[in-house]
Design a protein around this ligand. Structure first.
Ligand code: ADP
Ligand code: GN1
Ligand code: MG
Length: 357
């Protein structure tokens, strides 16, 4: 936090909140668990999310819609979607100043977060969880949502941002990463596949989560079932392919996103089968032919896009993603590009798996 903020004073703005400790493992927001009052307090990263009003309005509307759907399907809305805890003034967030904006969600009890897993049951559940989220939002009018981060998964624009970062070379690092730059630019030739499909209408615009890392799902501590999709900041109009591809970018890898020993980094067909089975158990009826056909490519695309974003941030001097060591973003980029190569080798196998499912 850039200046000394008294978090107890922030807490006093929310109903019933007491002690807290830092919590979770996200790259963007700061998260604190809040005592027994059952809250999770988050400082919204306002350099990434510059309009908290629009951000929270999206989340309020989407969670209200989900709550009704969950009820109609006989589920428990208290557990299966996020619930915003209002401030004592009845607002959905509390603003100290432009850099210090806080919100609170009800803590979903008896759940766990999974950072990494190769257990097919976890991956099936993750697929089912994100698939269900998308299915339930299928008839939500996507164009009424604010586009919180414009062009978030517009891969060609991410490539343009990389080119700009190379030209500006703000951190003086471009010369040292020529190999990674060459790889990213060489791959750019197929990076417009999903954007084009959205433009020509062969892939429909949907309400999507857009940040489907497995740690953005809460799993039941006992049954292991996916309970609640969280981290709704990036819920926006998008493509089902973004959510499918981004999730497998993470769970499909045999190593963590920042593993530096690239001999450990491979794409697992087994993980693909498990996640895809779960996802399709919810979304099979909804997906179009073209969406089904592009599922394997989406994994390569979202991995490439994320690698490109890490490399861009490295060139810009690490201003976007939280880093924990000097070359963290470069290590992440190398890791993602290694994964892209392996996915590319296995694309035909992945296409066969989808046909069989
Ligand atoms: P970030 O955008 O930084 O990734 P998240 O919203 O994903 O922030 O929250 C970070 C972590 O906090 C999650 O991975 C999860 O472990 C925990 N968490 C977030 N919201 C809740 C909640 N409502 N109940 C329980 N745990 C939560
Ligand atoms: C960020 O907030 P978190 O850690 O779930 C990022 C994602 C990236 C991811 C890479 C808003 O996600 O887009 O894929 O890091 N979120 C935002 O780990 O940029
Ligand atoms: Mg998160």
């Amino acid at each position: 936090m850039s200046k000394n903020i008294n978090l107890s004073e922030v807490l006093a703005q929310f109903v019933d909140a007491t002690v807290m400790e830092t919590y979770g493992n996200g790259h963007i927001n700061d998260t604190y668990s809040v005592g027994k009052a059952g809250g999770i307090l988050q400082r919204i990263n306002t350099s990434v999310f510059s309009n908290p009003d629009e951000l929270m309005e999206n989340i309020e509307n989407v969670t209200a819609f989900l709550r009704k759907k969950i009820e109609a399907e006989g589920g428990n809305p208290e557990r299966e979607t996020l619930c915003i805890m209002k401030t004592i003034d009845g607002k959905s967030y509390y603003k100290v100043d432009d850099q210090h904006v806080f919100r609170m969600y009800r803590f979903v009890d008896d759940t766990k977060t999974i950072e990494e897993s190769n257990n097919p049951k976890d991956l099936y559940e993750a697929g089912a969880g994100f698939g269900r989220f998308q299915r339930m939002l299928e008839d939500y009018p996507a164009d009424t949502l604010y586009e919180i981060i414009p062009d978030f998964h517009h891969t060609p624009k991410r490539v343009e941002a990389l080119k700009q970062a190379i030209a500006e070379d703000k951190a003086g690092r471009a010369a040292s990463v020529q190999k990674e730059i060459a790889f990213a630019l060489e791959q750019a030739k197929w990076a417009d596949t999903v954007v084009k499909a959205l433009e020509d209408g062969s892939v429909p615009l949907r309400v999507t989560h857009n940040d489907t890392k497995i740690n953005n799902i809460l799993f039941d501590k006992i049954t292991g079932k996916a309970v609640c999709v969280i981290d709704l900041d990036t819920v926006m109009p998008g493509s089902a392919l973004y959510d499918f591809g981004d999730a497998l970018r993470v769970v499909g890898s045999t190593a963590a996103e920042d593993e530096t020993d690239l001999d450990m980094v491979w794409f697992s067909e087994k993980a693909f089968v498990a996640f895809a089975k779960g996802f399709l158990s919810e979304m099979k009826e909804s997906l179009t032919e073209r969406e089904l056909e592009l599922l394997p490519l989406s994994v390569k695309l979202l991995t490439y896009e994320c690698g490109t974003r890490f490399l861009t941030d490295y060139l810009n001097g690490d201003t976007y993603f939280k880093i924990h060591r000097e070359h963290h973003n470069l290590e992440r980029a190398r890791n993602q590009f290694k994964l892209v190569e392996d996915i590319a080798r296995k694309e035909d196998v992945l296409a066969d798996i989808i046909k069989k499912l």
